[in-house]
Design a protein. Structure first.
Lengths: 436, 259
C-alpha cells in the first residue's frame, strides 16, 4: 500500500487555476464518493482551501492510483490535461508524508505559521473518516501530522507574532491593556483599514466602539455595520477621554488630533494610557503625541514594519521548525516500516503455518499407521523445519531494514512469498487521538 | 534535604530564566513543579527549625527571606498566570537559600539574637516588606522595559516575554501596598520593642533608626503619589527602583549599627 498525494498550491499555481480546481466544503462527501468510483484508490481524502487543493490517497498500485486521481480532476473539474499536468505536483510515500506534515504545521502556508490550516486539514480528515473514505493508512498518517503540528506550535513561537496590520494593532493593544474587555475603541473616519482594525479589536474583546465621521450619516452606517455607536465630530473631546484605543482613518489633509488635544484628554483620564493608531495617509495624528507619557502612537509605517519584522521572524523560526519536522518524518517512516515488517513477518508465518498443517494432514492421511505418537513427532519436526527455514531470512531482513539497506524492500519480500499483510480486512481504524 | 531543596530551586531558577529569555511557553509546568517541590521542602524545614526553638543567625533569616520571596511569587503566579516575575524572584531565592546553606555560621549564630515576641514580629514583618520591595523593584524594571518597547514603535521580542503594562502597573500597585503595610507594622513593633527595652520609642542610635524612617517616608510618598495619581507609571517605576537601592543601603547601615 502506498500513499499518493497529488495537488496544486499557491506556490506554483495561480489563483485563476486554483479556483477552478477548488471543491466547495459543503459537498465534500459527494466528491469523495465520486473519487471512490475510480478503481485503485483504497483510501481517499480531499484537502481544499483557498491556497491549495490536494488529494491524498492510499493505493495498491502507484501508476493506477495516480491515473485515477488525474482522471478524477479532469472529469470533475473544469480543467484541461495540459493545464493540469503543468501544475499538478505528485508526491508518494516519504515525500507525501513530509509534505503533509509541512502543510499541517503551517510551514507551507502563504503566511507561514497562520493557524487556520491545521483546522482545515483536521476538517478534511474528519469528513473523509466519517464518510468511510479514510482508513487505517490515512488515519495513521493524519493523526501523526496533527501531533507534529501541535508539537511545532508548542516548541517554537511560530504563530505567536502577528503579521497583518490589524492583528499587529490588536497585539499591541493587548501588550498595553492586558485584556481588551472593558476597553473602548474610537474610530475616526471611514477608511477601509481603519474599519478592519476596529472590527478586529471588537472581535478580540473590546467592549464598545464609537464611530465618528464628518458626515454623520456615514458614521451611522459604519457604526451599525460594526455594531458600534455613531458620534458627531463635535463630541470628539469627550469621546477621546473615554477612549482607550483611538483609530484614525479619515481623509483629512491635516492633523485631526494634535498634542494639546490628546494631552487634555489624558489629563482627564488620570493615569490610564491611550493607544493611538493612525492608519491614515496623510497622517491624522500629530507625531509628537507620542511624546506624551501615557500615549502610545503608531502610524501605518510603524504597524507595517512591525508586521514585516514579525514575518521575517517567522521565516527564521520556520527553519527551526523544519528541523523538528524532519526528525518527526524520519521517526514516523521508521515506525511505519517496522510496523509493515512486523505485519509481513506475521503474514509469512501464517502462510507457512497453514501450508505446514495442510502437508501434515495429507501425510497423516496417507500413512494411517503413524498413530498419535507419529503425528506428534511429525508436527514437531515440521514446526522446527519451518522455524529454521524462516529464522535466517527474517534476521537478515530485520537487520537490513534497521540499517536502511537498499535492494530488498519489504514489498519484494511480500511478493516473493505471495503475501499481502495489509488490506481492508483489518479492524476499522480508530479516530486519531487529538487530546495529546 | 537542603541539597534537594537547593537543587529544586536551581532547576526552577534555570527554567524561569530560560522561559523569560526565550518567551516559550512549554516548560512552565517543570519550572513551577520544581518550585513547588522545593517550596514544600523549604516550608517543612523552616517549620521544623521553628518548632525546635527559634532559629538564630543570619542564615536562618536569609532562608526565611528566600521562602517569603517564593511565597509571594507563587501568589502572583496564581493570580496572573505569568512567569516573568519568577525570572527575578526564583533566582534571587536560589541565591539567598544557597548562600544560607553554604555559609551557615558566617557571622556566627546569635549575632543577631532575636529575642522576645516584639522583636521577632519586627524581624518577620521586615522580611516581608523587603521581599515585597525586591519584587516591586523587579516589576518596576519590567514596566520600564515594556513601556520603552511600546514607545519605541519598533518593539523587540521582549514585548511578548514581559507581561502587559496593565498587569505590571497593577502588580506594582499591589506590591507597594503590601510592602508599605509590612514596613509600617515592622517599624511600629521595632519601636515598641525599643520602648520596652530602653524606655523610649526612639532610643536607639539615630544612625540605626533614621535610614529606616527615611525609607519608610520614601515608600510612603510613593504610595501617596500613586493614590493621588500625580505620579504615574514611568516616574513611579523609576522611583521604586531608586528606593529599593536606597533601602538596601539603609538596611546595611541599620545592621552596621546593630553589629
Amino acid at each position: 500500500m502506498s500513499i499518493i498525494l497529488a495537488g496544486v498550491s499557491h506556490h506554483n499555481t495561480p489563483l485563476s487555476i486554483r479556483e477552478r480546481l477548488y471543491f466547495p466544503e459543503g459537498d465534500m462527501g459527494k466528491w469523495l464518493d465520486r473519487l471512490a468510483d475510480y478503481r485503485g484508490l483504497d483510501e481517499r481524502l480531499i484537502l481544499s482551501t483557498c491556497n491549495r487543493v490536494e488529494v491524498y490517497t492510499a493505493a495498491e498500485d502507484y501508476e493506477q492510483g495516480l491515473d485515477a486521481i488525474q482522471r478524477f480532476f479532469l472529469e470533475s473539474r473544469d480543467i484541461g490535461a495540459d493545464e493540469l499536468n503543468a501544475h499538478l505536483y505528485v508526491h508518494r510515500e516519504d515525500e507525501a508524508t513530509r509534505h503533509l506534515f509541512t502543510v499541517a504545521s503551517s510551514l507551507d502556508s502563504m503566511v507561514v505559521g497562520e493557524p487556520q490550516i491545521l483546522g482545515q486539514v483536521k476538517e478534511a480528515y474528519r469528513v473523509a473518516q466519517s464518510s468511510g473514505h479514510a482508513g487505517k493508512a490515512l488515519t495513521n498518517l493524519f493523526s501523526r501530522a496533527f501531533r507534529v503540528a501541535k508539537k511545532i506550535r508548542e516548541q517554537t513561537p511560530i504563530g505567536e507574532s502577528p503579521v497583518s496590520v490589524s492583528s499587529v494593532a490588536v497585539d499591541l493593544a493587548r501588550r498595553i491593556f492586558g485584556s481588551l474587555s472593558g476597553k473602548n475603541v474610537l474610530l475616526l473616519g471611514a477608511g477601509e483599514m481603519g474599519e478592519a482594525a476596529a472590527r478586529h479589536l471588537k472581535t478580540s474583546g473590546a467592549d464598545t466602539l464609537h464611530v465618528a465621521n464628518r458626515t454623520f450619516a456615514r458614521a451611522q452606517e459604519l457604526a451599525s455595520k460594526l455594531g458600534g455607536l455613531a458620534l458627531s465630530f463635535d463630541k470628539l473631546e469627550q469621546a477621546l477621554i473615554d477612549a482607550d484605543v483611538v483609530i484614525a482613518s479619515t481623509a483629512s489633509q491635516g492633523f485631526v488630533l494634535d498634542k494639546p488635544t490628546v494631552a487634555a484628554a489624558l489629563e482627564q483620564r488620570r493615569d490610564a494610557p491611550v493607544f493611538l493608531i493612525d492608519i491614515a495617509v496623510p497622517r491624522n495624528i500629530a507625531p509628537d503625541v507620542n511624546d506624551l507619557e501615557d500615549a502610545y502612537l503608531y502610524d501605518v509605517d510603524d504597524l507595517q514594519s512591525v508586521a514585516a519584522d514579525n514575518l521575517r521572524g517567522r521565516e527564521e523560526i520556520a527553519r527551526d521548525a523544519r528541523v523538528i519536522l524532519e526528525t518527526e518524518v524520519e521517526t514516523y517512516l521508521a515506525r511505519q516500516q517496522a510496523e509493515e515488517l512486523r505485519h509481513t513477518f506475521a503474514a509469512i508465518r501464517f502462510f507457512a503455518e497453514s501450508m505446514r498443517q495442510e502437508e501434515v494432514e495429507k501425510t497423516v492421511q496417507r500413512l494411517p499407521e503413524l498413530g498419535d505418537g507419529g503425528r506428534e513427532a511429525l508436527d514437531a519436526m515440521t514446526k522446527a523445519l519451518v522455524n529454521k527455514l524462516l529464522h535466517h531470512p527474517f534476521a537478515v531482513l530485520r537487520q537490513m531494514s534497521e540499517k536502511d539497506v537498499e535492494g530488498i524492500s519489504v514489498e519484494s519480500v511480500q511478493k516473493l512469498f505471495g503475501v499481502e499483510p495489509e488490506g481492508d480486512q483489518g479492524p476499522p481504524a480508530p479516530p486519531p487521538d487529538e487530546s495529546d | 534535604m537542603v541539597a534537594i531543596l537547593i537543587a529544586c530551586y536551581l532547576v526552577a531558577a534555570l527554567t524561569h530564566l530560560y522561559l523569560l529569555c526565550t518567551g516559550r511557553s512549554t516548560g512552565v509546568v517543570y519550572g513551577i513543579g520544581a518550585l513547588l517541590v522545593g517550596f514544600a521542602l523549604h516550608t517543612l524545614m523552616l517549620g521544623v527549625s521553628f518548632a525546635s526553638g527559634t532559629p538564630e543567625g543570619w542564615s536562618a533569616w536569609l532562608s526565611g527571606m528566600a521562602w517569603i520571596i517564593i511565597l509571594m511569587y507563587l501568589i502572583v503566579f496564581a493570580r496572573y498566570r505569568d512567569i516573568a516575575l519568577g525570572g527575578f524572584a526564583v533566582p534571587a531565592a536560589f541565591i539567598l537559600e544557597g548562600y544560607a546553606a553554604a555559609f551557615p555560621g558566617v557571622w556566627g549564630a546569635g549575632s543577631i539574637a532575636v529575642q522576645g515576641y516584639l522583636l521577632k514580629g519586627h524581624a518577620v514583618l521586615a522580611l516581608l516588606s523587603w521581599a515585597a520591595f525586591f519584587l516591586l523593584f523587579a516589576s518596576a524594571l519590567m514596566y520600564l522595559v515594556q513601556s520603552q518597547q511600546l514607545k519605541s514603535r519598533r518593539p523587540s521580542a521582549w514585548l511578548h516575554r514581559l507581561p502587559s503594562l496593565d498587569i505590571l502597573d497593577d502588580l506594582n500597585h499591589k506590591i507597594l501596598y503590601f510592602g508599605f503595610a509590612f514596613l509600617t507594622a515592622s517599624l511600629l513593633l521595632g519601636s515598641m520593642w525599643a520602648k520596652s527595652r530602653h524606655g523610649a520609642y526612639w532610643s536607639l542610635d539615630p544612625v540605626r533608626t533614621w535610614p529606616l524612617i527615611l525609607i519608610w517616608g520614601a515608600y510612603g510618598l510613593l504610595l501617596i503619589c500613586r493614590l493621588t495619581r500625580s505620579w504615574k507609571g514611568k516616574r513611579s517605576a523609576v522611583f521604586s527602583m531608586v528606593a529599593f537601592f536606597a533601602a538596601l543601603l539603609a538596611l546595611v547601615v541599620h545592621f552596621q549599627g546593630a553589629g
